[in-house]
Ligand binder design. Structure first.
Ligand SMILES: [Zn+2]
Length: 403
């Protein structure tokens, strides 16, 4: 069946700077709060904050766009309150683009507190047990109240393993909910009056054919971009990329693709090689609070005794405040002593590292040398990570840092 190429809801919001190249791609994503140069990584600010970092810190780290969370903000402090402050940008004092995910995945993680019907997702708040109902329409209303630049449609996420019937059922419901979400979003306005882009989630479980079908059917709708959902939920990495490739092959080149909730630095580079434009992941921020720093030579764990007398910065090639000012020895001391500054500095460093990695990827795409960049960065990162951890002045740790 030959259909007209579907148009996005906001034509012209995404421009590929490398023509129609499928992968890797360098693009410009235009939003109400500025242009995002893709590929781009979104730090996770679940509660309207990237834990420990101010908006100025995020800017200094090279962050272009943030991710926040519909589910958490609807429960606390509430979308109405944030709207009364002129939207999330004003409320949190971040004037760059913001994307919110629709909450489907977070609600799913509540497990026994959830009931999914055609109407929507009924659940109990993890804060006070209050019953809540998130419908596709309500998810878009909340995100309009938040005034975010990119809102995501509600999907029916499932946990694997699931039967083929369950996966198909959830996929079909996601398609119906996407239609309802996009239809209702057109009737809403934001507190800033700025336009909002609407991204739709492509599901399909662990079956590449179903992934491709769901991608093609989603692409037939007037959404502004696509989210690849339900990946990296227990399948092998190889399977993840097969599923992602099945979906992206069925998506039009002229709208952005966002791989939800993944991953490591190497995952990002592998994803870019497969035509992914946007990423988010909690790893750089969550692992920072556990003492892990990502570096060009692989991850290190600042808790290791090897760092106790190490005068070097976390990463000699990093220009962040943590690397400019502090030794590994001092940061280790702070971490071991439970000092807040350790969390803040490692978070700042890790976000800077991710953004530097992405900027390097984009520059490599622009000069037509992405394969070399991908290979060289991966080799160095893995070689060091595999070398059983640290070999700094303090000696070596047997357990290594490559967690
Ligand atoms: Zn740094």
């Amino acid at each position: 069946m030959a259909a007209e190429p579907p148009s996005s809801a906001s034509p012209g919001h995404f421009a590929l700077e490398r023509g129609a190249a499928v992968a890797p791609r360098a693009g410009l994503l235009s939003t109400g709060h500025g242009v995002v140069r893709t590929p781009a990584f979104m730090p996770v600010g679940t509660q309207g904050t990237v834990k420990g970092l101010s908006p100025a810190d995020l800017r200094a780290a090279g962050t272009q766009i943030l991710l926040s969370n519909t589910y958490h903000l609807m429960l606390r402090p509430g979308a109405e309150l944030i709207r009364s402050f002129g939207g999330l940008h004003h409320f949190m004092a971040w004037d760059g683009p913001i994307l919110t995910d629709s909450g489907g995945y977070q609600i799913l993680s509540l497990k026994e507190r959830v009931k999914i019907t055609e109407e929507g997702v009924a659940f109990r708040s993890h804060l006070d047990g209050r019953p809540e109902l998130l419908t596709p329409e309500r998810a878009m209303e909340i995100q309009a109240d938040l005034g975010v630049d990119i809102a995501v449609t509600l999907d029916h996420a499932i946990l694997l393993p699931a039967s083929p019937e369950e996966v198909r059922d959830a996929g079909e419901r996601t398609i119906r909910w996407t239609e309802r979400s996009l239809g209702h979003a057109k009737t809403l306005d934001t507190p800033t009056g700025l336009p909002q882009l609407h991204f739709a989630i492509v599901q399909g479980g662990g079956d590449p054919a179903l992934r491709a079908e769901m991608a093609a059917r989603t692409a037939a709708m007037a959404c502004d971009g696509f989210c690849l959902g339900g990946l990296s939920v227990g399948e092998t990495k190889e399977e993840t990329w097969i599923l992602a490739a099945a979906a992206t092959a069925a998506l039009p080149a002229d709208r952005p693709r966002y791989l939800m909730g993944m991953g490591t630095p190497i995952d990002l580079l592998d994803g870019i090689a497969r035509g992914i434009d946007l990423f988010d992941c909690v790893l750089p921020t969550r692992n920072a609070r556990n003492g892990m720093a990502f570096t060009h030579e692989g991850p290190i764990n600042i808790r290791n005794a090897a760092h106790a007398r190490d005068p070097r910065p976390l990463d000699a090639e990093c220009g962040c405040e943590a690397c400019a000012e502090f030794s590994r020895a001092y940061l280790r001391h702070l971490h071991v002593a439970g000092e807040i500054l350790a969390h803040r500095m490692l978070t700042l460093h890790n976000v800077t590292f991710y953004q530097t990695l992405m900027a390097g990827a984009r520059a490599a795409i622009e000069r037509g040398a992405y394969d070399e960049y991908h290979r060289a960065v991966t080799h160095r990162y893995r070689e060091r990570a595999a070398a059983s951890g640290d070999s700094g002045p303090g000696g070596r740790e047997p357990s290594g840092d490559n967690s």
